[in-house]
Design a protein around this ligand. Sequence first.
Ligand SMILES: Cc1ncc(COP(=O)(O)O)c(C=O)c1O
Length: 397
Amino acid sequence: MQVPAARGNNDIPAFGSPVRAAFALERDYAHLNHGSYGATPVSVLADQRVWQDRLEREPSRFMDREFRPGLRAAAAALAPRIGADADGIAMVENATGAVNAVLRGLDLAPGSNILVTDQTYPAVRNTADYVASRCGAKVRALSLPFPASDTDDILQRFKAALNPAPALVILDHVTSPTALVLPVAEMAKAAREAGALVLIDGAHAPGMLALDISSLDCDWYTGNCHKWMFAAKGCAFLWTAPEHRASTHPLVISHGYSDGYIDEFDWVGTRDASAQLSLPAALSFMDAYGTDNIRRHNTELANRAANLLAAAWNTERGSGQALTGSMATIRLPDGLGDSQQDADALRADLVDHDRIQVPIRYMAGNLWCRISAQIYNDVTEYEKLAQAIKRKSEGKT
Ligand SMILES: Cc1ncc(COP(=O)(O)O)c(C=O)c1O
């Protein structure tokens, strides 16, 4: 694998700008939004291309003999990194699809309820609404505190919301709008004790957090590998607890129907699964830099950037606690708008005039940005954001 020449203290490549060359990202541009779509290293894209070429050289032989073993090899390589058994890991294209597969296969009784939060990912909330509307169930959204001072408060509110008992609880491991790492272990345990099924949407968790699904009291866990595990777009997984494997089906029913969980998910019609097949290359990329080193670097950089921005703008962070993940939300200074439309316009202005990519949302009466920290980022990029926003808040362009 190709790694940049610059070296850090531990004989691993130095993080920050020296690592930028390992990615296809535009130069002279502050990519502070790894969270939305990830960024795939060029070495992984090259491996993905190799899989596509293998398929095109002899399509029938590839699909007959190499496709499914390749998917199973990807699942086997992933299993120890997420603390799950490979037999429970279905490779899917994205977390949205996994959530759809679970929810649309459930038999919910009329009058039952699905518990989500007001920070549940909007596409997942739509899925819950759709499924509930078709069977006469209800979706209840627990309001999470934001800014959040601590996770105990979240847990207490969640426990109170378990009465009346939901049929299903959907928990975001890392919330998308606010970048909070929820105490999913405790939440899932409480939900199970209340008799609910538990689906954890860990779209951001693999690669960002030390993940051990076997220690979580959940029925399903989905995560994206194309965000923080450096996989190509279209690489995610759905882990299903053994007792639900026979009754959990992919969205597309195909040849594998009733042949078992893995066969059903592996074959959902002819497709290009090269993003999933090249997952081992993405994991090798992580190994070359050290998974723990990456996580440590990203968490430290996110904390440092969040403090730097809150101090520059004289505002506050969305999480009162030291971060454990690689994203953070910070309140923008006053005077930049008071609607999601203003937030969208400001984000576009940063893209077009300042070459900075960062999501901005109108939440809790203010504009907030969500920063990501990845190995190709360095602190000067957050300083650039700090100055650009400051200038705009002072009425300068
Ligand atoms: C919590 C959460 N769930 C689901 C998704 C959807 O991911 P995908 O578009 O890969 O399905 C995201 C994407 O950011 C997310 O943050």
